[in-house]
Structure formats: C-alpha cells, structure tokens
Design a protein. Structure first.
Length: 265
C-alpha cells in the first residue's frame, strides 16, 4: 500500500504557521473541510477522464504526487512532494498510461532528487527527480517567459476527485481559466506573486486540482500548437471552493533555475 501523503509531515511542519488552513499538502485540509455536502462532484475536481495518449508526458509518482517529463530521465514535480535533495532511490515514476493498473505502464526508479534551492514551504515549489533510466515517453516543454500566463489551462492528475475524496486510478483532466495576481491576492493574502500563479473559476469554483495532483503540470497550447507547461500544482484552500482558486508554481519564473538544475543533476 503506497502512502500518497508521504510528504505531508514535512510540508506541514514547514508550512504549519502560514498554511494551516491553506494547506500546501494533502489531508489536513480535507479534515478542516466544511462544505455544502459534496459540492459539484465530478473529477480532477470537475473534470473528465483523459484519453490514452492525450497527455503522454504525465507521470504519477509513488509518494502520491503528479509530475511531468522534463527530460527523458528527469521528472519535474513540486518541492513539497519530496523530502529534500540528494541520492534517493525510494520514488517510483509511472508513465505511458492513463490507467495506473494497465500492463502497458512504464516505470523507473529515482536515483537523485533536487528540491528547489531555498525551499522553505512558501513559494519555490518545484523539484526535479532523476530516474535510473529513460521512461521512453515524450517530454513537456516549459514556459521560458510569461507570454502564456493567460487564457485557459489544462490540468490533469490522479489526485482526489473532490475535497476529501480518494486518489484516482484513471487520469482526470479539466480546463481552468487564469486568475490574475491581484484577484488571487484577495483570496490568499500570502500569495507570492512572482513565484505563484492562480487558476480556477473564481466566482463559482467547481473545477480544480486537489490532493494528490500536486507536482503535476498545468499547461496550454503555445503559438505553434505545442503543449507548454506554465504551472506546477502547488496548493489551495480546500479544492474547487468558490473564491479559492488553485495556486500553481509559476514555471516561467523558475525556468532558468530548473534548466540549470537539470543540467547538473
Ligand atoms: N497540495 C496538494 C497536493 O499535495 C495540491 C492541492 C491543490 N489544491 C487546489 N485546490 N488546487 O496534492
């Protein structure tokens, strides 16, 4: 039995003061959750099943997070999904399938982890995981400017399909609109505007990433019709609540740091 919330203790310890309600991580927010009895319950939250091959760069990590292929043997995920930097052979990455139980799944083990330098539970929520072999699936390009930090984004993951819900065997997807920093700051006074960006239906809620989607990509099409990653699932207050959009690591802000770290990993 894998523990999808293995990184919770550390993230909670580091983030407890500022993020007690606005949980960076798994189940604490589910426990704190008061809602109207389930809310609009479809999936990611408010999404649908992804087709096989639709998002071939998506990876599931054994600690219960998502990720995206950054290079043939490197996964980009969230800092709060890992325990620190260094040699690490404890993580399994699974890709190539929407159904995690499919015999077609490809897996690899971690060899090293690089958690964002200076990560302290607030902002800088990115990390790289080096694998013991190429997974043999496509990579997802990352945004090197803020040009695509607008419009509608795709989110996808095997995380909970509602606040307090269970992890999913089948990859779910949804579309969420960009929320500008000024609007998001009203929802979250602790938002780090340079390092984080928000997405969701601010008034109605209903569609969002949720616990277990962390570390996965938020992405859209670029001007050449290629998928480009603009965000990493980071945190939110509950999931899909009206007035509480999802918060994502702003990939463009860290793109150069990520590239440098990957080259050295
Ligand atoms: N921190 C969560 C995780 O570890 C992701 C939460 C995303 N929450 C949200 N409302 N968008 O999986």
């Amino acid at each position: 039995m894998k523990n999808p919330f293995g990184s919770f203790k550390r993230a909670a310890a580091l983030g407890a003061v500022t993020l007690a309600a606005v949980s960076l991580q798994p189940l604490s927010s589910a426990q704190a959750y008061t809602d109207n009895g389930g809310g609009p319950s479809t999936r990611v939250v408010g999404g649908t099943k992804a087709e096989q091959g639709e998002f071939p760069f998506m990876v599931r990590l054994s600690m219960g997070c998502g990720g995206s292929m950054y290079a043939e043997d490197i996964v980009l995920t969230a800092a709060h999904c890992v325990d620190g930097s260094g040699e690490n052979t404890s993580i399994t990455a699974t890709g190539g399938v929407v159904d995690l139980e499919s015999p077609d799944a490809v897996t690899a083990k971690s060899t090293k982890v690089l958690q964002a330098p200076g990560y302290d539970g607030n902002g800088k929520d990115w990390a790289l995981i080096k694998l013991d072999k190429p997974l043999g699936i496509p990579t997802l390009k990352t945004a090197d400017s803020d040009a695509y930090n607008k419009g509608d984004f795709t989110i996808a993951g095997w995380g909970a399909d509602k606040e307090g819900g269970s992890q999913q065997q089948h990859l779910l997807k949804a579309t969420v609109p960009f929320v500008d920093d000024a609007t998001c700051k009203k929802a979250y006074s602790n938002l780090i505007e340079a390092e984080e960006m928000c997405a969701g239906f601010i008034d109605e809620g209903g569609v969002d990433t949720c616990q277990g989607d962390s570390g996965g990509p938020m992405f859209r099409k670029d001007d050449s019709d290629q998928w480009i990653q603009v965000g990493i699932v980071s945190w939110g207050e509950g999931c899909a609540r009206p007035g509480k959009p999802g918060v994502y690591t702003e990939v463009s802000h860290f793109n150069a740091d990520i590239a440098k770290a990957a080259a050295e990993l």
